[in-house]
Design a protein around this ligand. Structure first.
Ligand code: DGT
Ligand code: MG
Ligand code: MG
Ligand code: MG
Ligand code: MG
Length: 269
């Protein structure tokens, strides 16, 4: 077919093909969620509605897009891992990143009311995205461990910080001063001796973040019966086995998780 004389401008498009065989990770992060959380009255330090909405959006991303084998979320961020051999959109980084970000952001608005019944959405949220390639299973595991360690460090800090403010009446500046230079052990000790909180009893979702993996689940639904004729109009329950992204609140840093879910890394899924 004849090409127009304008066709040459296509050559200006940059090649952003992700290196073959690498794990492709897209990480999204809420834009200015410090303000967003304030404006929408998020509970401090953790708002379970907000975290569950994030996970609903991540599940939607996994269902709607191709080739995502695992996702991990905490705070206002979610990471999505595409299988090594994925050839979705010829591995173009911009396609991966923009499709994940837009699907996630529209889901956040679409599902908002299911999680925040009494809190109107006051303005449209945004999410930044980045693509990072990991060349080996070890680097991918270390990436996910890094995000989970970040979740742990921030959550421990925030749990003590807000206990000092909410339960001991300190100002944010005083709480910050009190925690300056403290190690994890010190923070656990403050929580236990001052607030009778055993950090390990805090909800797993807050301490570990959320891991999404594909699992078979039985879905039960009622269905109109068509046949035989004498039963017409009656309802019956039908159970179907479906593969869905299921949330787990577990450790990713040790080997146990990877031994329990070997197919994530083998690329056979
Ligand atoms: P950014 O990402 O550079 O545009 O700016 P931020 O403000 O989103 O900063 P970031 O992503 O480093 O930190 C996440 C913010 O979101 C942090 O200020 C606390 C807030 N946030 C996330 N989850 C919760 C929550 O469950 N409850 C409350 N109160 N705040 C939360
Ligand atoms: Mg940031
Ligand atoms: Mg953010
Ligand atoms: Mg963040
Ligand atoms: Mg198009």
């Amino acid at each position: 077919m004849a090409k127009s004389k304008f066709e040459y401008v296509r050559d200006f498009e940059a090649d952003d093909t992700c290196l073959p065989h690498c794990w492709v990770v897209v990480r999204l992060d809420g834009r200015n969620f410090h303000r967003f959380a304030e404006k929408h009255n998020f509970a401090k330090p953790n708002d379970s509605r907000a975290l569950q909405l994030m996970t609903k959006c991540a599940q939607t991303v996994m269902e709607e897009l191709e080739d995502i084998v695992i996702a991990y979320g905490q705070s206002d961020e979610y990471s999505f891992v595409f299988r090594r051999k994925s050839n979705w959109f010829k591995r173009r980084a911009s396609k991966f990143m923009t499709l994940v970000a837009s699907q996630f952001a529209s889901s956040y608005v679409f599902y908002w009311r299911d999680y925040f019944e009494d809190q109107p959405l006051l303005y449209p949220p945004g999410f930044d995205g980045r693509v990072v390639l990991y060349p080996s299973n070890q680097t991918l595991k270390d990436y996910l461990s890094w995000r989970q360690a970040d979740c742990h460090i921030n959550n421990l800090y925030n749990t003590v910080f807000w206990a000092l403010i909410q339960q001991s009446g300190l100002t944010p500046v005083q709480a910050q001063e009190r925690l300056k230079g403290t190690l994890a052990g010190d923070k656990n000790e403050i929580l236990f001796s001052q607030f009778h909180i055993n950090y390990n009893d805090e909800p797993q979702m807050y301490r570990k973040g959320t891991v999404l993996v594909w699992q078979k689940v039985d879905e039960v639904r009622t269905q109109e019966v068509r046949l035989p004729a004498e039963m017409e109009g009656e309802k019956m329950t039908v159970t179907r086995t479906r593969t869905r992204p299921v949330p787990l609140y577990c450790d990713l840093i040790g080997d146990a998780f990877w031994k329990e879910h070997p197919d994530i890394l083998t690329g056979e899924n």
